[in-house]
Structures are given as C-alpha cells and as structure tokens.
Design a protein around this ligand. Structure first.
Ligand SMILES: NC(=O)c1ccc[n+]([C@@H]2O[C@H](COP(=O)([O-])OP(=O)(O)OC[C@H]3O[C@@H](n4cnc5c(N)ncnc54)[C@H](O)[C@@H]3O)[C@@H](O)[C@H]2O)c1
Length: 261
C-alpha cells in the first residue's frame, strides 16, 4: 500500500452518514467511497436517499436507511439494521429561519435546536458510542459545525446557538470517549450552497442576494465553497492519519474566520 493509502485510506471502514441525502453529506459520502469505505446513508426520506445513491460512485458499497434522527428508538433500530460500523458522520442539520429576536418563537427555536444539536449530534453520538464501548470498537465521529459556531449568524438565533453547542460538544465528547479509543472531531463549513441556504445566498439568476454579497465580501477567497471541497477534510479527520487528533473543529471556509478589519 502507498503512504497515502496507509495514512488516509478508508478501506475496511464502514461509515453511517446522517442527512446523507443532503448536499454536504452527499459530497462527504463520495469522498469516503473514493477513499475505500462502505457507507450507509441515513435520512428522513427514502426517495431522497435513492436519488443521492444514483449519482454516487461505488454503489455496491452503499446502503440506505430511512430514519428520523430525532427519534431515539428509530435510531437504535436503524443501527441494529445497519450492523457494525466504525465511523459516524452527524450530518443532520440546517435552518432557513431568519427573524428579529423579538419575533422569534419558542417552539420554532426548540425545533431548530432539536434538529441541529439533539438529532444532529447528541442523540446518535450517545447511541453509537454506547455500542462501540460495548463491542470495543475504536470508532470515530465527525460533527458538522458552522461559522455560526464561532460568531452568531444574524437572525439565526437557534441555529447559531445549536452550532456553537455542537463545537462545544465535540470537545466534551472527545474528552469523555478518548479512553475508549473513540475520536470526535468536526468540520466547520463556511458558506456552501446547500438545499436550505441556496435561496438565502443566490437569486434564481445565479447572482448573489444581499446577504450572499455580504458573505462574499467577508470571504477572502471571494467565492462560495463547492461541497466537494469538504470531503478531503472529512476523510482526513476520519482516517488513521488523524489517529492522534481529537476534539478539534476544522474550518473549511475560504478564510471567512480570518476576516476582521
Ligand atoms: N450548506 C452550508 O453552507 C452549510 C454551512 C455550515 C454548516 N452546514 C451544515 O452541514 C450539514 C448539512 O447541510 P446541507 O446544506 O447539506 O443540508 P441539506 O438540507 O442539503 O441536507 C440535510 C439533510 O438532512 C435531512 N434531515 C434533516 N432532519 C432530519 C432528521 N431529523 N432525520 C433524518 N434526516 C434529516 C434532510 O432531509 C436533508 O436530506 C447541516 O448540519 C448544516 O447545518 C451547512
């Protein structure tokens, strides 16, 4: 095997990718497949997962699982059906709600926190970690943080709070699970055109919205990210080459976090 295969190859590994029908997690799935892993795409709608599988390579290494990640019993059953695996990508998340603080509704706030922090991090992590500890599997978890983890995104009250907590939990879970050989890291995407935020960032004719233009002005690379640019960072953090890396959140953001004055 070459140095790159030994250090960064994922042959022999099996990854569960939640929100696997989405833009970012579909790209991560493609990276994992090209690095040699098997992947189980988990998501709410089988039709969305089937559409994603159809455009991915190495389809013989892909399985699909319809499951609501906010439902604890459903997650346990899905894991039993999927069988042994050693990588979990917590990809469920998102929110297109933007509003003034004084108009924010408590039920909406709780729903977004539940999607991003509970379904998108805490609940699957707890269930997978318990299984890995029992079976003595040295698993690896990848969370998806956000630029909102560092500084709040205007009007995205619950999303920013939840993503800040995802970064915090990445460190907390890493420390708690390290004695079992389980690593926990995160990537923090800058601004990528996913299904949910596309409308916020670009107009139908492809030109940036007012918000999109402000993002671009704040991004030294001067463009939105291509989702395929997230996959190598995800592969690295889940590979043997990152065996001594745990508790970190890696920004993939075109320099967004470096921009001050
Ligand atoms: N797009 C961006 O620019 C960006 C930036 C930073 C972080 N992120 C994060 O990356 C992750 C993926 O984002 P994306 O833009 O690819 O989103 P997306 O909307 O394209 O994909 C999310 C997927 O998760 C599924 N899903 C949502 N709730 C679920 C649940 N409870 N159970 C099962 N499946 C569920 C949806 O059906 C969808 O297929 C999210 O955590 C998001 O917050 C995205």
């Amino acid at each position: 095997m070459s140095y790159l295969e030994t250090q960064f190859g994922l042959a022999g590994h099996k990854a569960v990718i939640t929100g696997g029908g989405g833009a970012i997690c579909g790209a991560i799935a493609e990276g994992f497949l090209r690095a040699g892993a098997s992947v189980a795409l988990w998501g709410r709608h089988m039709s969305v997962l089937e559409e994603k599988k159809a455009v991915l390579p190495f389809q013989e290494r892909i399985t699909l699982q319809e499951v609501d990640l906010s439902d604890e019993e459903a997650v346990k059953s899905a894991l039993a059906e999927t069988g042994d695996c050693d990588i979990l990508v917590n990809g469920v998340g998102g929110s297109s709600c933007r509003m003034p603080l004084v108009e924010a509704d408590v039920a909406d706030f709780e729903a977004v926190v539940r999607q991003n922090l509970v379904a998108g991090c805490f609940l699957p992590t707890r269930i997978f970690a318990r299984m890995w500890i029992e079976k003595e599997i040295p698993g690896c978890i990848l969370n998806i943080a956000s630029m909102g983890s560092y500084n709040p995104l205007s009007g995205a009250w619950a999303y920013s709070a939840a993503k800040a907590a995802v970064m915090n939990q990445t460190m907390a879970h890493a420390r708690e699970l390290a004695p079992y050989g389980i690593r926990v890291n995160a990537i923090a995407p800058g601004f990528f055109l996913g299904k949910q935020n596309r409308k916020l960032l670009v107009q139908d004719d492809g030109t940036p919205t007012e918000r999109g233009a402000r993002v671009l002005k704040h991004t030294p690379a001067g463009r939105f990210g291509e989702v395929a640019e997230l996959a190598p960072a995800a592969v690295f953090l889940c590979s043997g080459g990152a065996g001594f890396v745990t508790g970190v959140t890696l920004p993939v953001d075109g320099g967004y976090l470096t921009d001050n004055i």
